[in-house]
Design a binder for this molecule. Structure first.
Ligand SMILES: Cc1cc2nc3c(=O)[nH]c(=O)nc-3n(C[C@H](O)[C@H](O)[C@H](O)COP(=O)(O)OP(=O)(O)OC[C@H]3O[C@@H](n4cnc5c(N)ncnc54)[C@H](O)[C@@H]3O)c2cc1C
Length: 293
């Protein structure tokens, strides 16, 4: 199929883009990397009147680490975030998760901010933002606002970004302290496919070197990233353990995935349990390394 006819504009500044998005009686949509929007238009699940292409907004093309955040501008590609040594050092979870996002050709074009606004429940970066409790900065003609991750994901392909708004930046908190680590694990049918189930984890050590707590955000098990506090299941356990059956049981008990063409709910629940343990092992190894450094 082909998209319905649509208008197209390529502004040179954020102010111009916001003016185009605010045109009356026109359903305008931001075009970033186009890796999700264009396929949806081609199968006529989206039919905007006007595409506002933000790719010339070079002021939003950055990946930087300042004020306790990795700040990713709206035009930064997944590949740029993945390749940034500063971002990887400040928040290792970004690189761990981005490696699983699609294939290099899609990462070269798709944007990290776009994938968060797109709010696909199978997307890796929404789960990363959720587990890190990051923030999305949004601009409109009415001004600026920041939306915490917990209020950002409203449902499948639905975020808190409103018509007329541009998500200008996403802020991922940097690794918080010397005894904190992160892990990411997922299973997909083929490398680069959307995950059947995946999990992003942060875990931290107590002063005695045992586990202080942990938190997980799951993808592909609900309409949005599902965040679970793992602390009750892991606190006090040895940080070099190779399995965490209580955390696996907690994931199995609390998650309510659905069956679909790709997997049954039971299989997804089992995957979530196993992947929680794998991601915890990775996160705790990092926490022990940073504590020892
Ligand atoms: C074959 C294939 C496999 C893929 N596999 C994966 C995968 O495994 N994991 C994964 O996470 N993703 C995957 N993707 C999607 C990819 O990550 C996209 O890059 C991402 O979902 C959307 O980013 P984009 O920049 O292309 O956004 P676009 O497609 O341009 O836009 C997506 C939506 O977000 C809105 N939007 C985008 N940016 C902004 C902004 N700054 N402000 C306001 N609204 C905005 C658009 O209006 C649109 O509604 C895959 C895509 C393809 C084609």
């Amino acid at each position: 199929m082909k998209p319905r006819p649509f208008g197209y504009t390529r502004p040179e500044s954020v102010a111009e883009a916001l003016a185009a998005l605010a045109a009356p009686d026109v359903e305008a949509k931001v075009l970033a990397g186009g890796q999700s929007l264009v396929p949806l238009m081609s199968i006529r699940l989206a039919w905007p009147d006007l595409l506002v292409d933000i790719n010339r907004l070079t002021e939003l093309s950055y990946v930087m680490v300042t004020d306790g955040y990795v700040r990713v501008g709206a035009v930064a590609r997944h590949a740029e975030v993945l390749a940034s040594p500063a971002a990887a050092a400040a928040q290792p979870l970004l690189r761990k998760a981005l490696r699983f996002v699609a294939h290099p050709a899609i990462r070269n074009r798709g944007t990290t901010v776009g994938s968060i606004v797109h709010a696909d429940p199978a997307g890796e970066m929404p789960a990363v933002l959720a587990v890190l409790a990051g923030t999305v900065c949004v601009a409109s003609l009415a001004g600026l606002r920041s939306i915490p991750a917990e209020d950002f994901f409203l449902g499948p392909l639905e975020s808190a970004v409103q018509p007329g708004e541009i998500a200008t930046e996403v802020r991922f908190p940097v690794l918080a302290g010397p005894a904190v680590g992160t892990g990411f694990a997922e299973v997909s049918r083929r490398r680069g496919d959307y995950a059947v189930c995946g999990v992003a984890v942060t875990a931290w050590l107590a002063p005695d070197g045992r586990i202080g707590g942990g938190k997980a955000a799951y993808l592909s098990v609900g309409p949005s990233p599902v965040v679970l506090d793992l602390t009750e299941a892991v606190a006090g356990a040895a940080a070099d353990a190779v399995s965490f059956p209580a955390a696996a049981s907690l994931a199995r008990a609390r998650l309510e995935p659905r069956s679909d063409l790709h997997a049954t709910a039971g299989y997804r629940r089992q995957l979530a349990a196993v992947l929680t343990e794998r991601a915890l092992v990775e996160a705790l190894a990092e926490a022990r390394e940073t504590a020892a450094a």
